[in-house]
Design a protein around this ligand. Structure first.
Ligand SMILES: NC(=O)c1ccc[n+]([C@@H]2O[C@H](COP(=O)([O-])OP(=O)(O)OC[C@H]3O[C@@H](n4cnc5c(N)ncnc54)[C@H](OP(=O)(O)O)[C@@H]3O)[C@@H](O)[C@H]2O)c1
Length: 231
């Protein structure tokens, strides 16, 4: 039985990961809210990556898997973005990650081979209008992940999932009705938007021994968006 720490996990993709793992593993969910977890048998730690230090005494000595879920989708033209807007995206996507990871690395090093799973976006590989700020902060994650994977191999593996549009609370403004979902789906070669299972399935695989020879990868889970042009 592994100890898996999800930063986020109270809803969205992280919640689906918790749902897929909690019966077989000890799952720790560190998030600001817990209501949506209901009776799910996970250990909840109240935590805000932006303002708090994680309570390491609430964590097990050994952590086998770590997933960082907080992210943003703030789409605006570059000319209307302030330096503070860029800083905010950088805070939630990247600075929060490195802060908690520095606290958690000693726990990860006690595992035989730990797995770290991070999230980028399709918009790093495929340039898209209005994505400058979020693409910059997710681009930081991609570069960071590859360097860290090199630094920590063979003891720790580090991989990044780069989703395209996925139906979660984070994307609710872009997917507020069925027409919008259908329209967004049509833009993808596989003709639909993503769901939380599409992404959580890959996270589960990356946390398992099944992926023990995979590290330093950016894995597009995007309905073909980043690599295919079928128009
Ligand atoms: N959905 C998409 O279309 C999409 C596309 C590309 C990439 N991604 C990336 O995939 C990842 C997961 O996305 P998602 O759609 O599942 O997001 P989501 O629906 O917003 O869920 C995010 C999770 O992180 C937690 N969280 C947010 N801010 C936090 C903070 N400051 N401190 C601690 N926990 C925090 C939330 O819980 P609390 O609010 O309870 O803290 C929640 O459990 C993100 O990194 C996102 O950028 C998503």
């Amino acid at each position: 039985m592994k100890n898996i720490l999800l930063i986020g996990g109270s809803y969205g993709i992280g919640f689906e990961i918790a749902l897929q793992l909690y019966k077989e593993h000890n799952v720790y969910v560190a998030s600001r809210t817990a209501e949506n977890l209901g009776n799910l048998e996970v250990n909840h730690i109240t935590y805000d990556t932006i303002t708090d230090s994680i309570d390491t005494t609430a964590l097990p000595d050994r952590i086998d898997g770590f997933v960082y879920c907080p992210g943003s989708i703030s789409l605006r033209p570059f000319k209307s973005l302030s330096k503070d807007d860029f800083k905010k995206d950088m805070e939630v996507n990247f600075m929060g990650l490195i802060t908690v990871l520095q606290d958690v690395i000693p726990h990860l090093k006690r595992a035989e081979q730990a797995s770290i799973v991070l999230f980028s976006t399709v918009a790093v590989k495929l340039g898209m209008p209005y994505h400058t700020s979020v693409a910059a902060s997710k681009g930081a994650i991609e570069g960071f992940a590859k360097s860290l994977a090199a630094e920590l191999a063979p003891k720790l593996r580090v991989n990044v999932i780069a989703p395209s549009l996925t139906d979660t609370p984070l994307a609710k403004r872009l997917l507020s009705n069925e027409d919008k979902k259908a329209l967004m789906g049509k833009k993808h070669p596989l003709k639909r938007i993503g769901n939380t299972k599409d992404i959580a399935n890959i996270a589960k695989f990356l946390l398992s021994e099944e992926s023990s020879w995979i590290t330093g990868q950016i894995i597009g889970v995007d309905g073909g968006m980043s690599t295919l042009n079928v128009s």
